[in-house]
Structures are given as structure tokens and as C-alpha cells.
Ligand binder design. Structure first.
Ligand SMILES: [Zn+2]
Length: 268
């Protein structure tokens, strides 16, 4: 959990951001807001610290799941992504140092993800009529199964996941478009694939907003990742996504966030 604070410190220390560019959510999301995409019983059980053993095990945090620290942190991640989207709509680009909890389903969490901040944010902005089409671009090394399931069959949300074929989750869901990469895929092939599919989806779907789950776990240094990107490969990926998504669209949101497995490459 310390990773989020360390990312914040690193960004300030290296001058990537200055303090006036840092925003803190003014409040935590209401349960009604969370229930736009999550089951009411699940939200109530988690928020009241009474989640059952089976669902706690599936999330992976054990007894900590019932602690106020984790409950508040989880809610703050959702609040952060909501604020990030607001800032992206106002300024064109914004990043969240946390969130991207794409393994969270409607009525259970999985893979260290409890509430799906991406889904809550997309759903709210669509219901408010602020946007008509949202692309959820998931380049974490693990498939965005919770997000895919929540938005299955929807026409106003497009879920695109580029992930390692043999990685978690074992049972994949169907995104609007899934690209499953073989073990060991490295910079050149990875970047070629991302460029090709992203260009096609942007041209066809024409989103008003892109929520980007920028997992760094495709990095070769991630022991559980199975892919082989270098530092430079990840850097080029962000430039590629930023350039393609920004070009020709009025707004786009960049959720620069990490989710399940924390990689040593975060601070590199
Ligand atoms: Zn991951």
C-alpha cells in the first residue's frame, strides 16, 4: 500500500509535477454512487466491514479487508478516479496515482481489487450526459475481467484489454476487444500491437473520454508479469497512448494508475 505514497513522492522529487498540480478528492463517494455498478448488498457489506470470508479470500487482503484503513483507502481510490475524470474533462489530461482496480466485479472483488473505480467513473459521466462514449483502455498485464463483465453488451462503453494470455485471471471474460499476448512479448511487438489496435478502436468508436489503466506490470522486471518490456518500452507506450488518444479528440482522461502487482519499475 505504500506504493501510492512513494509514487507521489517520486513525482514531486523528480519535478514531473509541482504541488499546485496535485489535487486531493474533497470527499469519499456515496454508497448510492458505488451502487450504480456494484450490487447493493456487496457495497453495504464491504463498507460496514462485514464482508464474508469467501469474498475476502477472493480479494486477497485477508482480514485487512474489514479494516477502516483499507475501506477508506479503497473509497479514496474511487474518489480519486472520479476527480481525475473531472480534471481530464476540464484540462484534457489528468492522472491518478492509484486506482485501476479492474478485477472488481459487480458483487465481488478479486485479485486485490474491491471496487471498480473505472466502471463507477464511466457510468456516472454517462448517466450525467457529460460524455456519450467512453473507452476503457486496459494495458495492465492482467486482463480487465471485472470491467469487461460489468460493461458486457454495452454500446456506450468500449473495453479494450491487451494482456498476457497465460496470466491471471485464469478464466478470462470477454471485453469488447481482447488482445492476448504470448509469454515474453517484448518492446517492438508489444508496441506494434498496441499502436495497431488503439488506432483502429479510436477511429471506429470515437470516444469522448479515455480511461487508461496504465499498469506497469508488463515490465520484464515484474516477476509475475510474463511479458518483457523494458523501461524504454513502457516510456514509449505512454507516449504512444498519449499521442494517439489525444490527437483529434476534445477530451481524454489518463488514469495513470497501478493496480494488482506492484513492480519495481514504478520508480524507475
Ligand atoms: Zn496487473
Amino acid at each position: 500500500m505504500q506504493v501510492f505514497g512513494r509514487i507521489y513522492d517520486q513525482l514531486l522529487a523528480e519535478g514531473t509535477v509541482v504541488p499546485r498540480q496535485v489535487h486531493v478528492p474533497p470527499s469519499l463517494p456515496s454508497r448510492d454512487l458505488l451502487c450504480m455498478v456494484h450490487d447493493t448488498e456487496y457495497v453495504e457489506a464491504f463498507c460496514s466491514g462485514s464482508l464474508d470470508e469467501q469474498r475476502m479470500r477472493r480479494i486477497g487482503f485477508g482480514e485487512t479487508t474489514r479494516s477502516h484503513v483499507l475501506i477508506d483507502r479503497t473509497l479514496a481510490e474511487v474518489a480519486g478516479t472520479l476527480l481525475t475524470a473531472e480534471l481530464a474533462l476540464a484540462h484534457g489530461l489528468a492522472c491518478n496515482t492509484a486506482g485501476g482496480t479492474h478485477h472488481a466485479f459487480r458483487d465481488y472483488g478479486s485479485g486485490f481489487c474491491i471496487l471498480n473505480d473505472l466502471a463507477v467513473t464511466a457510468e456516472l459521466l454517462l448517466r450525467q450526459g457529460r460524455v456519450q462514449r467512453v473507452l476503457i483502455l486496459d494495458l495492465d498485464v492482467h486482463q480487465g475481467d471485472g470491467t469487461a463483465h460489468i460493461f458486457s453488451g454495452r454500446q456506450d462503453v468500449f473495453t479494450l484489454s491487451v494482456h498476457a494470455e497465460r496470466n491471471f485471471p485464469a478464466r478470462k471474460q470477454s471485453s469488447h476487444l481482447d488482445i492476448a499476448l504470448p509469454d515474453g512479448t517484448a518492446d517492438a511487438e508489444y508496441l506494434r500491437v498496441v499502436a495497431e489496435v488503439l488506432t483502429g478502436v479510436l477511429q471506429e468508436f470515437r470516444p469522448d473520454l479515455v480511461l487508461y489503466d496504465a499498469g506497469v506490470d508488463p515490465h520484464a522486471g515484474d516477476a509475475l508479469g510474463r511479458l518483457a518490456l523494458s523501461d524504454d518500452g513502457l516510456r514509449r507506450r505512454e507516449l504512444l497512448v498519449g499521442g494517439d488518444a489525444h490527437r483529434g479528440w476534445a477530451w481524454w482522461g489518463l488514469n495513470m494508475l497501478r493496480t494488482c502487482h506492484v513492480s519495481g519499475s514504478v520508480a524507475s
